[in-house]
Design a protein around this ligand. Structure first.
Ligand SMILES: [Zn+2]
Length: 281
């Protein structure tokens, strides 16, 4: 395959993960041979942002930085850690150097039962802070929303209304690992946020959740979604071990099958949409 002309992009991955540190050169080389040459990283916390920058030096032009305080980190952090984290984020966004963040995130809400309900207001406050920073600095967002779409959309609408009345620009971005129904996808798109499709599309073979996702995937316009792996997290259900960026090709195959187009059509249009959203040259 002519991998130089493909230059596909994984819209969301965590290649700074310590579990793949040793294999990373091979993982990156292997993905490049398959035509996947760039990765938008998901930010987790200030220490991880520094790691993104260190790792990126070893693979020039491969990693696109996103800096944010992940809802999981927020759920475990103290009040003072969160306010220091937000200060660091503001400093990071003022950096216009080569290692600048192209996006703000991950941010959002995670109402999974792993977290006590008591942390929900803390997550919401941090989410709003990220949204305001995105507006202030004009950066796209990377959203992580689990079992909380209704609440996240309500907050996005409130913040957008405030933004528009103050004359500020609204945001763009992606809603990562989206597997919801068409109505939810449309609500995010109306708010400037593009669904990013990951491994669930491979493994939801039947049932109502699959039917909803299928409807979403066949109805959205070609530029209304992107694809990602979230590697090394989220291996396809039932598969052991860590997730590989090569699964981007499988996700593209599945989406292509649902839409009746080729794998290359999906990979090319996802790449172009990622470049537009994140203003990647
Ligand atoms: Zn992530």
């Amino acid at each position: 395959m002519d991998s130089l002309s493909s230059n596909w992009i994984d819209a969301h991955a965590h290649l700074t993960d310590i579990r793949i540190e040793k294999e990373l050169p091979e993982i990156v080389a292997c993905a490049a041979r398959a035509g996947i040459s760039r990765f938008v990283l998901g930010g987790v916390d200030p220490l991880e942002w520094e790691k993104q920058k260190r790792v990126a030096q070893k693979f020039p032009g491969t990693f696109l930085h996103s800096f944010g305080l992940h809802p999981w980190w927020i759920s475990r952090a103290t009040e003072s850690e969160i306010s220091k984290g937000l200060e660091s984020l503001r400093r990071e966004l003022s950096n216009e150097g080569a290692d600048r963040g192209i996006a703000i995130g991950e941010t959002g809400l995670d109402f999974h039962s792993n977290f006590s309900e008591a942390v929900r207001p803390v997550q919401e406050a941090a989410f709003r802070s990220h949204l305001r920073l995105a507006r202030e600095f004009g950066r796209p967002l990377v959203l992580h929303v689990v079992r909380a779409h209704e609440r996240a959309i309500a907050i996005l609408r409130e913040e957008k209304r405030d933004a528009l009345t103050s004359g500020a620009r609204a945001w763009t971005g992606i809603i990562h690992s989206f597997s919801g129904d068409l109505e939810t996808a449309r609500a995010y798109l109306d708010l400037g946020l593009t669904p990013s499709i990951s491994a669930p599309v491979l493994t939801r073979g039947r049932g109502s959740a699959f039917e909803k996702m299928r409807e979403t995937m066949v109805t959205l316009g070609a530029t209304e979604f992107v694809i990602e792996t979230d590697a090394p997290d989220q291996p396809p259900a039932g598969e052991s071990g860590l997730n590989s960026p090569l699964n981007l090709l499988r996700i593209a195959d599945e989406v292509a099958k649902l839409r009746g187009v080729t794998r290359e059509t999906i990979l090319n249009s996802s790449r172009d949409t990622v470049k537009r959203i994140f203003k990647i040259p």
